[in-house]
Design a protein around this ligand. Sequence first.
Ligand code: HEM
Length: 209
Amino acid sequence: MVVSTKSAAWRKPLALALQVAVHIGAALPLLWLFYAINAGRLGGDPVVELIHYLGLGTLRLLLLTLLISPLARWLGYGQLNRLRRPLGLWAFAWASLHFSAWMALDLGFDWSLIGSELVKRTYILLGFSAWLMLLALAITSLPALMRRMGKSWKKLHRLLYVVVLLACWHFWWSVKSGWIEPAIYLCVALLLLLWRREGVSRWLRSFKR
Ligand code: HEM
């Protein structure tokens, strides 16, 4: 009993430290990006570089969000679940910057062009659908809405799985040549989704024991 009380003592501060690390880890690359844009360090085609950087960052944040709950269960460390909300919201912020960079810098806020690209290019439509779902998840992450939605909140937030798969598909179709990088991201996403399955996670826990 004494041991569990003592071991519980570091759990909350660690969770807090991890939350701070999430905010720093998600904000620092944006500060670097800001510096790189001003210093002209984004290569020969800075707009494309910027869009790609933000797109990849979004996908990594989404995968990290997906990692949290099976990892928390595997480690028996429920406090880790507190990282899901900030990670998900940062993923939404990065996705919105990615989307805005495309609308502003690539298409100069030409709304008719934006509309026609959305219907003409399937990979853009996939990215846009993923962004719309993320928007719904971000709005319903407000504590008051979470409480009001009760059980349906959990159901709605399973949309994250669809978002991750759409994002991988969007990535796959957006690349002009080479499929290895999108394939790696897709495999990671599928493994993370598989890990959430009760049978698989029980099997992994038996190895841990
Ligand atoms: C959850 C949302 C999204 C994620 C995770 C995401 C992710 C990505 C990734 C990983 C790439 C490829 C980066 C690379 O090649 O290094 C990419 C490219 C791109 N995405 Fe997204 N994206 C999202 C939403 C959107 C939206 C809403 C739009 C616009 C409507 C969009 C437009 C683009 C464009 C134009 C490219 C560049 C394609 C090219 O190379 O020509 N994305 N995105």
